[in-house]
Ligand binder design. Structure first.
Ligand SMILES: *Cc1c(COP(=O)(O)O)cnc(C)c1O
Length: 370
């Protein structure tokens, strides 16, 4: 019987096993467990890939947002604009530096921040915008940058779901003042544990980020500020370096799977992902919308097809933000969509047989529910 897991990280490993195993052995024999040559080399290779002047590796993609906010001096009393739908790291990082996350509803077609709704949320306390390239679809960075320039705001792109995505031909992470990346195992470029990175063209910001991530040091025992421990392991860097040359190919494969899904599913009564004409979508997730989500999830589970919801509750409605007193009508799109969105399995190694099986299962479901 055909099975479709939500992601298949082992399938990816088997394709590059000997390279990965060699890279891991190399780190162990050099005992370069923290920092070291692979970390330095990965920073160099990743900054070239994004097309920026500086890359600072760190422990994870939540730290990278938080360290960037700190490096830009954002703190208590400041406000930071974030989208109403994202993984919690985006808003959590804002609160962690003492600032307040100010949510903006999402675009009804692309799920990213609705740039028409940003300016009404800007106050004298607003210091930054964190556009999230959600599901792998870039935000409208023309509008984000226009609004930021007009209002003197810093733009930190949250690229955790969008390695290599492009807006108007420009790679995300290098469009705003800085970009934040996560290499959590399931991301498009994933380590074998936690990992993250910050990218920017601003040399002084890069320098402060590097200090903060390594106990405020510049040179051993020269603690210029109090920082934290947010270092990248040598093992994770070696794994990421081994994988980076394959990212383009894996992204092409994800895009081909997404195209194949969209072709096979276009006559189903589900809302397929839309792609803006200026966007190159890297399909970290393939998110559909349906009014029969609970029934469809149950049906697909019976067919051994794994699905997920990203995310079941929009950020403003999470218990941790209850004190903000947000109402459903403040974020009508995010509120309506949280009950409809469903992420279908997608990864580079999805076979044509699996794609056909998924589409057939959706057809059967449609017939049964007509
Ligand atoms: C995964 C993710 C993060 C955080 O990454 P971690 O490495 O897990 O800390 C931040 N933002 C978004 C949108 C993410 O999907």
């Amino acid at each position: 019987m055909i099975k479709i897991p939500f992601v298949d990280l082992y399938a990816q490993y088997t394709g590059i096993k000997s390279d990965i195993d060699k890279a891991i052995e190399n780190v162990i024999s050099n005992t370069s467990f923290i920092g070291g040559g692979d970390v330095k080399a990965f920073e160099e290779e990743f900054k070239k890939y994004i097309g920026v002047n500086h890359c600072i590796a760190c422990a994870n993609g939540t730290d990278s947002i938080e360290i960037l906010l700190k490096a830009y001096g954002i703190s208590q009393g400041d406000e930071v604009i974030v989208p109403a739908i994202s993984w919690i790291s985006t808003s959590e990082a804002v609160s962690s530096v003492g600032a307040k996350p100010v949510f903006v509803d999402i675009h009804p077609d692309y799920y990213t921040i609705n740039t028409d709704k940003i300016e009404e949320k800007i106050t004298s306390k607003t210091k930054a915008i964190i556009p999230v390239h959600l599901y792998g679809h870039p935000c409208d960075m023309d509008e984000v940058m226009r609004i930021a320039e007009k209002n003197h705001l810093i733009v930190i792109e949250d690229c955790a779901q969008a390695h290599g995505a492009k807006w108007d031909g420009k790679t995300v992470g290098g469009i705003g003042h800085a970009g934040s990346f996560s290499f959590y195992p399931g991301k498009n470029l994933g380590a074998y544990g936690d990992a993250g990175a910050m990218v920017t063209n601003d040399e002084s910001v890069a320098r402060v980020c590097r200090q903060i991530a390594n106990h405020g040091q510049e040179g051993k025992h020269n603690h210029l500020i109090e920082g934290r421990n947010s270092r990248l392991d040598g093992l994770q860097a070696a794994i990421l370096r081994t994988k980076l040359p394959y990212l383009k190919q894996w992204t092409d494969q994800r895009q081909a799977v997404a195209k194949d899904y969209s072709e096979r599913m276009k006559h189903h009564d589900i809302q397929l992902p839309a792609i803006h004409s200026k966007a190159e979508h890297v399909f970290h997730l393939f998110v559909i919308r349906t009014d029969k989500r609970a029934e469809l999830m149950k049906y697909l589970s019976g067919k051994n097809i794994d699905v997920a919801i990203h995310y079941p509750t929009a950020l403003p409605f999470l218990p941790c933000y209850q004190s903000f007193g947000h109402k459903q009508e403040d974020f009508p799109v995010a509120h309506a969509y949280q009950a409809q969105i469903l992420s279908l399995p997608i990864y580079a190694e999805v076979t044509a047989e699996q794609a056909a099986y998924l589409a057939e299962s959706l057809t059967e479901f449609k017939k049964q529910n007509a």
